[in-house]
Design a protein. Structure first.
Length: 180
């Protein structure tokens, strides 16, 4: 049960496409989502801007606050150094997810929000259990809300919304290594 006071939840988002259904579901559950767009993994500033524009459209559609982390690709390159040849879903991806979720937990604390989650888990290409384990390891004294947004056709619903809104739809995870 969501408490009546301080029902805010910070959602780390990777893009507008993946955030639509999680935002709507969390609102239905009684939460007040605050969107945190943090993606140093994106290979170019142009890609960052395209995804951010899509995220802004989704946030306007749902009337939710958006917090934008400055683009700093060097952060991703630092954590992925030596892991460039790892396969998708390997250790490089784990380090990337850990980086973004650490930053999400830190941002939640800065904003006085006691719980967080991520839209990453809506992707059929992402492992819910692995992401949940990483999130809980960086949560510290925050509560990580583990919801598998893929359930109940979440991925189909979020894709339908993104098509209706006409937002940018990328075809790769984001880093230069995922383009291979």
């Amino acid at each position: 049960m969501v408490p009546e006071k301080n029902n805010k939840i910070l959602i780390h988002t990777c893009c507008g496409i993946c955030s639509g259904y999680p935002i709507s579901l969390l609102k239905e559950m009684g939460y007040e989502p605050v969107i945190y767009f943090c993606n140093p993994n994106l290979d170019t500033k142009e890609e960052f801007e395209k995804r951010l524009e899509a995220q802004k459209i989704v946030c306007m559609y749902y009337w939710v606050d958006l917090v934008i982390e400055d683009y700093n690709h060097q952060e991703f390159l630092n954590v992925s150094k030596g892991l460039e040849n790892e396969p998708e879903k390997g250790l490089r991806c784990d380090k990337c997810i850990e980086l973004r979720l650490k930053k999400a937990a830190k941002k939640a604390k800065e904003l006085g929000i006691t719980r967080f989650t991520t839209s990453l888990v809506i992707s059929p290409h992402k492992n819910f259990e692995k992401i949940t384990k990483i999130a809980k390891s960086v949560a510290d004294d925050l509560e990580y809300i583990a919801i598998d947004f893929k359930k109940k056709d979440g991925f189909l619903k979020t894709n339908k919304l993104s098509k209706e809104l006409g937002i940018y739809r990328q075809n790769y995870c984001g880093c230069e290594f995922s383009k291979r």
